[in-house]
Design a binder for this molecule. Sequence first.
Ligand code: DP6
Length: 400
Amino acid sequence: MASDKSRVMVTCTAPVNIAVIKYWGKRDEELILPLNSSLSVTLHQDQLKTTTTATISKDFTEDRVWLNGVEVDVRQPRLQSCLREIHRLARKRRSTEDKDAPGLSLSHKVHVASENNFPTAAGLASSAAGYACLAYTLARVYGVEAELSEVARRGSGSACRSLYGGFVEWNMGERADGKDSIAQQVAPESHWPELRVIILVVSAEKKLTGSTAGMQTSVETSTLLQYRAASVVPARMAEMIRCIRERDFPGFGQLTMKDSNQFHATCLDTFPPISYLTDTSRRIMHLVHDFNTHHGQTKVAYTFDAGPNAVVFTLEDTVAEFVAAVKHCFPPESNGDKFLRGLPMKSVPLSDELKATLGLDPTPGSIQYIIVTKVGPGPQILDDPLCHLLGPDGLPKPAA
Ligand code: DP6
């Protein structure tokens, strides 16, 4: 962090998280308080991350934000809400905790630049990584050391889970002011080293119904959602935490799939119905079940968010065989060499027995590419000034 009091510049990174017990529905739209608790796995930043640089200066005349090099409207309510929250925490710190906290004026304007190394709004939780990174970076700029769930949550509910590495629970809380609606780590990233995550990118296009609007309609119209929040999720949270603590993959996998399916059932129960899954998504579900049937146990498990991409969990020793099965059912059409991304893996041939079990006719080109990754740590601060996305003038550096 630069020490000049008139110009502090900080760059941080934050991870994507994928929920295994889904958040869907708010009890308070303004404070972004959920109808039920949720639980997620933090993905490794070597493969998927947001990088954010923030700087404040007395020379800036307005707050400005750039996302992937394009300036965005800083007046949008969720950005404003995050900025307001961080200012509130900074003021609180100065008045109650530390009178000598960095003497940055809260009236100074802020410039923020943020970049994802994966497609924005493709159903890969870019807003979660983005808002977690914004909260974490602004906290460092303003010298805020408080718990940041509330700041990140104001940007996007699921973002509070990206503030921690490993396995993370977002406790719905009970209070009307949301002070107890916070994320906390259930187990660190080192807890289950064999766990792997395979992302099957079906479509990198922007989704049709955003999560915010989608869940609002579900809250208004779906009785299944009310039942799920009140009567299903509490027991599932406890069971999921047990599966993670005991590294019980079959238990973890089955519950992950059931919860994804119930979330999508809730979408169908919404009126008018919402559908995020495509034919390819459903074919992936079949493939996973066929693969598990062949092995006589749950060796792989899918989950789908508000989009058609599948996120598949498995253990290290099963990655190569499952990827071979994916390639068999969804052969790459063009970018053969870029089809497999992320962690290196060996290639294995598919056994004739497994091939015979996979009931699907191959559909070339319906999966664009695969990213192999693992569980990873929470947000990081980058010390090297070369990592800053903003130049000394506070404007985005030209793309290299
Ligand atoms: C399906 O966090 O994107 O990914 O709070 O309105 O910004 P807002 O919604 P968001 O919803 C995520 C929904 C989900 C499930 C999950 O991540 O838990």
